[in-house]
Design a protein around this ligand. Structure first.
Ligand code: SF4
Ligand code: SF4
Length: 466
């Protein structure tokens, strides 16, 4: 039986239930969840994990569909390559993503946390399942932890932590596959260990980090480390849909007494919703930062309601307004405002992506240089140039003058071949017949080509005698 710790309304907010009054960690032993919502989450987890593990293997036009190479600042998002020169595009994508998260949270609360966040998915659907499988339900786990170190306990703990380590290793490799790509990762695995010591240390480090997270940190990753839960009170309002206790229907709570008329509400004060909660909270206290919307309390409360013959749904997905005022309103002025910002950002992003060129060239007159009048009645200007390859494949660019007849003469023998996300720079002369120049300053239109494909157009200025 769990003793209620709430002594006065809102007083629960003065304590952090993951830490005892003595300042020690409160280790939670949530009961095994089961029910309709849990089954739905299991099915959804199967989809999420399949997508997550298949993600690095999916390729579009010969390159990974998703790549997050933070080391070289190269990203591929659904086949779109974002290199170091596209930091603003990356920023715009991230900004759109953040506004989307705000809009999503305003409407659907922490649906992401409960259903799709890798922390919850791995913790509740992988590591916790292993724990239940080896050590049994909450009571058995508690007893095992208190028991002396017998061969049975050593075997159980040894198997559990070995499996934890194995899964952590798999997640570390998955992370690396998203950072480097599967081809690069496979190459590294095939090559001698001493050639990639830093990378293997990285895998070992991340394995240790994931192991620490899922074996020890657990709920505190959501309640102490993750900033998203702390921001929910800013994003959510009285119309937000979240896992909530219907206090109008449930209060005043009270035990059920057979054969006696019941003046209380529908909550029979069984504390099963607390016993099943992985973050150890009592949802009846209202919206709390610790609630990851895992739905475990919905299932357990529904099973209690069925047992006592009351209607299910005392804890359910609903909003505060739906509970108190019986009104559901998803489209509020706030939602419209966020949606408008998001549409604007996505339109800008779409426009930028459609008009994005494969190369980015800067061609500037060399500082301090003057025009040169040649004996053959032509004029030359000296330029410095830089060409960035914004794709993830090799580009062989050719620069052409578009609006004036003239020629480009490169200093030395420049190799304009651009590696993936590479850059080439150099100097060159542009030479134009005097007869074609009517002004002191002429705007030149140039373009970059690869074969028959025009990659980019840009302008520069050309000086001559008036
Ligand atoms: S599980 Fe339902 S009935 Fe039991 S304490 Fe929680 S809200 Fe009340
Ligand atoms: S209160 Fe309910 S939904 Fe929230 S974390 Fe606890 S069990 Fe999950």
């Amino acid at each position: 039986m769990i003793t209620p710790h709430i002594t006065a309304p809102e007083s629960f907010r003065d304590n952090f239930n993951a830490v005892s009054e003595a300042g020690k960690r409160n280790w939670f032993y949530p009961q095994k969840p089961k029910g309709k919502w849990h089954n739905r989450r299991v099915a959804f987890t199967a989809i999420i994990l399949t997508l997550l593990f298949a993600g690095p293997f999916v390729k579009l036009n010969g390159q990974p569909m998703l790549l997050f190479n933070v080391i070289e600042r190269k990203f591929i998002i659904f086949g779109m390559f974002i290199g170091p020169q596209d930091y603003w595009l990356f920023g715009l994508t991230m900004l759109s993503f953040m506004v989307f998260v705000v809009l999503f949270t305003t409407i659907l609360g922490r649906l992401w946390c409960g259903w799709a966040c890798p922390q919850t998915v791995f913790m509740e659907m992988v590591f916790r399942k292993i724990e239940y499988w080896i050590e049994g339900d909450a009571t058995k786990q508690k007893l095992l932890n208190k028991a002396p170190w017998t061969s049975d306990k050593i075997l159980k703990k040894g198997s559990k932590y070995s499996l934890f380590l194995l899964v952590s290793f798999a997640i570390a490799n998955l992370l690396l596959a998203y950072v480097l790509g599967v081809d690069e990762l496979a190459k590294i695995i095939r090559e001698p260990l001493q050639d990639h010591l830093a990378l293997f240390s990285g895998i070992a480090g991340f394995t240790a980090l994931f192991y620490f997270n899922f074996a020890w940190l657990r709920d505190q990753a959501c309640t102490v480390v993750c900033p998203y839960g702390r921001l929910q009170s800013v994003f959510m309002d009285r119309n937000t849909i979240a896992v909530a206790y219907d206090h109008e229907r449930g209060e005043p709570r009270g035990k059920i007494h057979k054969g006696k008329e019941r003046p209380e509400g529908d909550c029979v004060n069984c504390f099963q919703c607390v016993a099943v909660c992985p973050t150890g909270i009592d949802i009846r206290d209202g919206l709390q930062m610790e609630c990851v919307n895992c739905t475990a309390c919905i299932d357990t409360c529904d099973s209690i309601m069925e047992k006592v013959g009351f209607e299910t749904g005392l804890i359910r997905y609903t909003s505060e307004n739906a509970i108190v005022n019986k009104t559901k309103k998803l489209v509020t002025p706030r939602v419209i405002g966020y949606a408008a910002v998001l549409v604007l950002l996505w339109s800008t992003l779409g426009f930028v992506i459609v008009n994005r060129s494969d190369t980015q060239t800067s061609l500037l007159r060399a500082p301090g240089s003057q025009f040169i009048e040649n004996p053959d009645q032509t004029v030359s200007n000296l330029y410095t140039f830089k060409i960035f390859n914004k794709t993830n494949h090799i580009v062989n660019p050719v620069i052409r003058l578009e609006n004036v007849e003239g020629k480009l003469v490169f200093a030395g023998k420049p190799d304009l071949r651009l590696d993936a996300a590479g850059m080439v720079e150099g100097t060159m002369f542009i030479t134009i017949p005097k007869a074609k120049l009517r002004k002191r300053k002429t705007v030149l239109k140039l373009s970059v080509w690869q074969g028959n494909e025009r990659l980019e157009g840009f302008e520069t200025t050309f000086l001559a005698r008036e």
